[in-house]
Write a protein that binds this ligand. Sequence first.
Ligand code: GDP
Ligand code: IMO
Ligand code: MG
Length: 425
Amino acid sequence: MAVTSVVGLQWGDEAKGKIVDLLTDQHDIVIRYQGGNNAGHTVVSGGTKYKLSLLPTGILRPNKVAVIGAGVVVNPKSLLEEIARVRLQGVEIGSNLLLSDRAHVIFPHHMAEEAVLEQLRKGEAIGTTMRGIGTCYRDKIGRTHAIRLGDLYHSTSYRKKVEEIVAFKNTVLAALSPNFQPLDAGAIATEYAGYAEQLASNVVDTTRYLHQALAAGKNLLFEGAQGSLLDIDHGSFPYVTSSNSSSCGIHSGSGIPERAITKMIGVAKAYTTRVGGGPFPTELNDAIGQHIRDVGHEYGTVTGRPRRCGWFDGVATRYGAMISGIDTLAVMLLDVLSQLDEIKICEAYDINGERTTHFPSHVEDLAQAQPVYRTLPGWKTDITHMRKVSDLPREARAYLDAVSEVIGIPVSIVSVGPDREQTMM
Ligand code: GDP
Ligand code: IMO
Ligand code: MG
């Protein structure tokens, strides 16, 4: 029996979608357990590109079940739009999609509130995806203003609750922002009741379903969204997302205990990217950074924002691997580094005159971190057609060895292009 987890080790967009897609064949059920439609997972197969936001990547394969677990926040409107979009690409979505009745629901007031709060933060904005993720999770933790998917099917209490919550949000948001247009509770309640009807056959107790599947010997594949450094508890707070996006979220977000997992795969880019605000010690605000952005097409899948690019940060990625308890590494987008004269790996930080190999817990210390680099020779060969590590130029193999050594974990997958075929296992 295989219970595998795929989790990002950096600040998201490590190409988790590609790895989950590759591993889906060997599993029966693919599970998203945290985050929401802030994620953008790309899969390229046979020349077709699929962009998934809330749907687990396993939905693309016939005879697999895709589960959205209790820890995910669900915007039913955008989920239905995504289902329609993916169906147009020929993907069948029906009883193969299960949504947890415990998952919390994102409402229009979550987006409205996030817009007001990000505006108020001005120069210190988190740079969120504006999908109402953080505001929905906050209401979940606060409990009084939260609605779960299962609540949508309890008609008397549901309408009353929407009215109470929207009245509260209208009062607060009008006080904070003079331009705020009050939301219509009745219209929202009716709109969401319509979404609930469309999703009725998909909403179940997924925790029970997953435990029954485990007992029946099914193979489970957990699909992390975002990355370990964006984790609400262990990431570069406050420039993080609002869920446990390291593997810490698997247990809480799915109800499956971590001891059930047989393999933890950490996905890392061969360099580093970040979207949104927050310190980024190895960021390259120069021609090399722009070159990486151009060659790697580093623009956000969800928001289209240019991603910030920099050298591989061994300190940050090792920390990500440590908190996620990784067994093995997938190194992605190695091809993007071809054509560079030399390539750097950050092995340590100098912070206020002290050298350290530990990732600091305070954002101000991270902002002060000066990277200490190991410089390796580049390779000027196109590697996108190569399929075996032994085919790679010597310099590329030396680079992979250095990444593995700095992280302290073996590399078991290397990716040299977006397509499924462009992978060395
Ligand atoms: P995710 O959010 O972790 O699933 O990653 P994204 O899909 O947001 O971003 C990864 C991007 O890199 C996608 O556009 C992929 O198609 C692309 N990609 C994946 N692997 C490779 C690779 O090895 N080389 C190149 N050049 N692109 C890749
Ligand atoms: P995938 O799954 C990269 C970032 C946002 C912002 C911060 C908080 O595709 O790797 P949020 O909307 O979550 O409150 O924003 O987190 N962020 C991501 N960055 N990849 C993602 O997902 C991300 N999801 C959120 O840019 O900095
Ligand atoms: Mg992404």
